[in-house]
Ligand binder design. Sequence first.
Ligand code: 5AD
Ligand code: SF4
Length: 479
Amino acid sequence: MSVTEIPSKVIVEERQGEAYAPFKNDANQYRKSFYIESYGCAMNFSDSEIVASILNGEGFGATRNTEDADLILINTCSIREKAEQTVRKRLTEFRKLKQSKPGLLIGVLGCMAERMKAKLLEDEKLVDIVVGPDAYRTLPVLVEEAGGGQKAVNVLLSREETYADISPVRLDSNGISAFVSIMRGCNNMCTFCVVPFTRGRERSRDAQSILKEVEQLHAQGFKEITLLGQNVDSYYYTARTGDEPVTFARLLEMVAQVSPEMRIRFSTSHPKDITEDVLLTMAKYHNICKYIHLPVQSGNTRILQLMNRTYTREWYLGKIDQIKRIMPDCAISSDIITGFCTETEEEHRDTLSVMEYSKFDYSYMFFYSERPGTLAQRRYADDVPEEVKKRRLQEIIEMQNRLSLESNQKDIGRTFEILIEGNSKKSDAHWAGRSSQNKMVIFPKTNDACKKGDYVHVKIDACNQATLFGKLVADQIHV
Ligand code: 5AD
Ligand code: SF4
């Protein structure tokens, strides 16, 4: 799963704990204002943009300040225990705010909604509204009910909802990159994962509505689209019986053809589902980025079986070989869990050796966190002691740090096409942008004609483990 999201550096744990608030203070145009904060994967961030659109339609404008808000929403993540703890802490802070502003409504959206509804609403009285990921259309009614003093809840999951017809309101946008959700839910039932329970069954969004959204983004000047889903390679859509189905490979091609000036990324791929067709389509289009997030989770076949990943170590390595054969310059990243139930030292070393073989450009690394209701929680004992899980995680991180540095060192002397995303965080005299391989590149502003959203060529002359540094190759800007 997971998603996009993806800064080009090694991130441990925080990936699921970042929050953002809306960028614009457009409360003045509206009768009331809402504040929204999102945690977890890119899918949640994308959902918050759908929620913003629904609320705009009801006369609520976005605000950055909790003090100005009539409605505070928190879009939550359940994937690991730590993510849930962060949300609970935040809710306690919002509750304090409510004491000085009695009309204020507080709502919980997303993955924690189903699991925690009784607790949040009744036991701890932390919130007024609880809405699950498939029930955002009912938010206006729920807000009204809560305003009238009732407890407002809708956590029903749906087999159809894709919010296909709702145009997301871009929050916290740099005007260059946008997420487009192409499917919802997951049918995979990895035993460690709570997502199939919190987000429900997999369903694919109408291909034409995806295309329309991408065309609109192109018209608005966006330059990079990330197609999002828990398992994008199982995208499959047929408008009417008898029509030729749209597979993920076909969808990628349709979206890539919108404009050669618009980069296409996608996340997340399940190793069992990514087809040769997808790889060949990536190779065929310059504007489909040469980067795949391909979570391995473990490098040991017995553990992979316990995780219900449905592939073996050898099969995964074969996939890596196939990707490198078709696209030698393709970057690959991974998700890795250490200390899954019954994992031995030898099995842990299998994960290290898969990393080394695959030469992951970066990874998101976690120690196993048992989640209530998952298959693993029901079937297996969480029997690897916490200090062992953490020590193994540290070894995985050290391996990834070395691999990331080696990968970046190989780029020294090479020239890459970079999409400028904005100023470097550390210096206004430098631009920051990404290569097709999703690596962050920093370079000095030596040409006044360059601006955000331009493609430029940059020759790399230095690096650290997270970032490449280089210089503009003269006169090769295109907008
Ligand atoms: N414990 C630790 N990590 C988990 N992930 C999912 N569930 C768990 C869990 N229970 C990780 C997986 C997944 C990523 C988004 O989060 O690596 O790919
Ligand atoms: Fe990803 Fe597996 Fe969870 Fe589905 S069940 S979201 S594939 S980790």
